[in-house]
Design a protein around this ligand. Structure first.
Ligand code: ADP
Ligand code: MG
Length: 385
């Protein structure tokens, strides 16, 4: 097994000023190279007539999956960039509506939750079956720290509806007994995924899978939905050869893809949990990467000196108590980078790094005392500011 050198980097935080033209309010901030205010008109004028990408990107910002989506697109021309950007937004809205939302009655997750306790269970799409299978494996490998069956508990807290640091009147943690009852319904071992024999003509599409959940058990894919979406964005990008480079930010997750016309690397800032308007360091990356961050500063309510945030410890059903303020996972594969960052937040650096290693992921922890701990592979990409 590869030995991870954990390096603690102490030191005062350097004050930095980012001159971003766009209001990036996700968990990360891109540096001016990717996010500077670039007039679309200027881009159109500078488009290369030889068919290469324009030197500067087109930028789009919109809302999907309950978060701000920022797209920085290098493409042959404005039409190609706008075409991709529009399709990406449609796809994200469709994913939310048809697959992962637990609130919308049009989604697969909603139907699965509605079928909890039924004898028939629910037939899953191939995508959802693969996603849940991966989630179950992550639950096992994280010793239960990551658990998509926490739905009954996350609904009791419902912290996602509060913006970070909002002053909330009337917020009350759930009563102990209510919490204990909801916690009884959780545990990913309760997710029974049964492969059905495929019809002969359907064999190439893989075996259909049926999900059985016991009465009361509810799915919440909040910790992995953006990873799922990033995977779909990668496929969509591959279908758009006129898009030669992109950085897409989905709240706490960022996808880099392709390259810039001048081949300079992507530079992605990691938000500083102690000052969320600044970056604590920069990742310098080439080509396709997925970067996911989880932290207790993303969505929380402060009450009587206690911070109630949105990452729950499945052992207690309450916000995880941790020395970690933020975790960033870097990996080529998108699907689980999101889930891994949530798991690593709960597990902390030692167990988190062992888990990340199993997925070939690099990980960076920002600790409550301001120190950083990272996998040795992370060091070649990350520079503290
Ligand atoms: P964000 O959604 O802000 O990117 P995360 O990816 O860390 O943050 O996911 C947090 C969300 O995942 C919560 O809002 C909740 O819906 C769900 N969740 C909370 N705790 C867990 C957990 N231990 N395992 C799986 N999902 C969780
Ligand atoms: Mg996550």
């Amino acid at each position: 097994m590869k030995f991870f050198l954990r390096r603690s980097i102490a030191g005062a935080l350097a004050a930095i000023v980012l001159c971003c033209g766009c209001a990036y309010n996700g968990a990360k901030r891109m540096m001016p190279e990717e996010s500077g205010a670039i007039a679309e008109q200027g881009n159109a004028e500078s488009a290369d007539r030889t068919g290469k990408s324009a030197a500067k990107p087109w930028q789009y910002a919109d809302i999907a999956m309950g978060t701000v989506v920022q797209q920085t697109i290098y493409a042959k021309d404005e039409t190609a960039a706008a075409d991709f950007s529009g399709k990406a937004m449609e796809m994200l809205a469709r994913l939310e509506r048809e697959e992962i939302s637990w609130r919308l009655d049009t989604s697969e997750v909603y139907r699965a939750n509605g079928a909890a306790g039924s004898k028939e269970g629910v037939l899953l799409s191939e995508d959802m079956a693969a996603l849940l299978e991966n989630c179950q494996e992550l639950w096992e490998r994280s010793e239960g720290a990551f658990d998509v069956t926490l739905g009954a508990v996350t609904r009791l807290w419902d912290i996602d509806k509060w913006a970070a640091g909002e002053t909330v009147e009337g917020f009350l943690p759930p009563a102990e007994e209510t919490l204990a009852q909801a916690l009884d319904t959780c545990g990913s071992q309760k997710m029974l995924l049964v492969w059905e024999a495929p019809a002969a003509e359907a064999s190439s599409a893989g075996n259909p899978t049926r999900l059985f959940l016991p009465e009361g058990t509810q799915l919440d894919l909040g910790a992995v939905g953006k990873g799922f979406a990033m995977e779909k964005l990668c496929s969509l990008l591959a279908e758009h050869p006129h898009v030669t480079g992109a950085v897409i930010s989905l709240g706490g997750s960022i996808l880099t893809y392709g390259s810039k016309p001048d081949d300079s690397p992507w530079r992605v800032g990691i938000v500083n949990p102690f000052d969320t308007s600044a970056s604590i360091g920069i990742l310098t990356l080439e080509g396709q990467w997925c970067i996911s961050t989880s932290g207790d500063y993303e969505r929380y309510v402060d009450l009587d000196g206690v911070r109630y945030h949105h990452i729950l410890d499945p052992k207690t059903g309450s916000p995880a108590v941790s020395d970690v303020r933020g975790v960033t996972v870097l990996m080529k594969d998108s699907l689980l980078s999101d889930g891994l960052s949530t798991a690593c937040y709960i597990l902390g650096p030692e167990k988190g790094m062992t888990l990340a290693e199993q997925y070939g992921a690099e990980v960076l922890f920002v600790m409550a005392d301001g120190k950083l701990e990272m996998s040795d592979g992370m060091e070649q990409y990350f520079k503290r500011l």
